[in-house]
Design a protein around this ligand. Structure first.
Ligand code: 13P
Length: 250
């Protein structure tokens, strides 16, 4: 059975002192969960977060990385740098990065290859915008993004890749995909993975849903057969609310 991974994506929120306070508040609330709990914090908070999660079941992730190890890339952070301080997860290809920083499918693929090669656990985001959904293009968009992200990656590494299906129209809007639509789209993604790697591998790949997940809809979404947890933005900024989402099955 696939594990549920509940990851918070803080985006550009929280200072180091707020990070420490948040983790101290969250840790006792979720200590009995069997779900994997991840906080993807801004770069500047990562070291504080890593110190504070010691002895807890909370894992730490970054929200982006560069695909080169080092070099003249002003303002960038490499996967090796993240790994060196103990970061375990990294979000790749979030729609905000695709939208505001022109991150291409090719860059997503390069970052994914790098993350896998150094043992970072990648969370690759895919998802359609409203116009694409309304024009019946959602399937084509998410399956193409998935295929291009996984280009040149072998089956063993595909199994280690986490996909987050995040419909752009549901991010930060309060509009959530229905559990049926979210499950169906995630199934399309899984079928695409099956086409490339076969059923055994496709059945192992963890595929999350993201987009206006809250404690009030988490259970509906996460108990669907193909939805393996979530990537949570706004609702992950409040420790009690995030804990309620993580404890959806308690
Ligand atoms: P919201 O939960 O705020 O809609 O954000 C989702 C998201 O983008 C997580 O990566």
């Amino acid at each position: 059975m696939r594990k549920k991974i509940i990851a918070g994506n803080w985006k550009m929120n929280k200072l180091p002192n707020e990070t420490i306070e948040f983790i101290e508040e969250l840790a006792p609330l979720i200590k009995n969960t069997e779900n994997e709990v991840v906080i993807c914090a801004p770069y500047i908070d990562l070291f504080y977060a890593l110190l504070t999660v010691q002895g807890t079941n909370i894992k730490i992730g970054a929200q982006n990385m560069h695909f080169e190890e080092k070099g003249a890339y002003t303002g960038e952070v490499s996967g090796e740098m993240l790994k060196s301080i103990g970061v375990e997860y990294v979000i790749i290809g979030h729609s905000a990065r695709r939208q505001y920083y022109d991150e291409t499918d090719k860059a997503v693929n390069e970052k994914l290859k790098k993350a896998l090669s150094i043992g970072l656990k990648p969370i690759v985001c895919v998802g359609e915008n409203l116009e694409q959904r309304e024009n019946g293009k959602a399937k084509e968009i998410v399956t193409t993004q998935t295929k291009l992200a996984l280009e040149g990656i072998n089956g063993e590494n595909a199994k280690k890749t986490i996909i987050a299906y995040e419909p752009i129209w549901a991010i930060g809007t309060g509009k959530t995909a229905t559990k049926e639509d979210a499950n169906e789209t995630i199934k399309w993604i899984r079928e695409e993975i099956e086409k490339i790697y076969g059923k055994d591998i496709a059945d192992c790949v963890i595929i999350q849903y993201g987009g206006s997940v809250k404690s009030t809809n988490a259970k509906d979404l996460f108990t669907m057969p193909d939805i393996d947890g979530g990537l949570i933005g706004g609702a992950s900024l409040n420790a009690q609310e995030f804990a309620n989402i993580i404890n959806y099955n308690k």
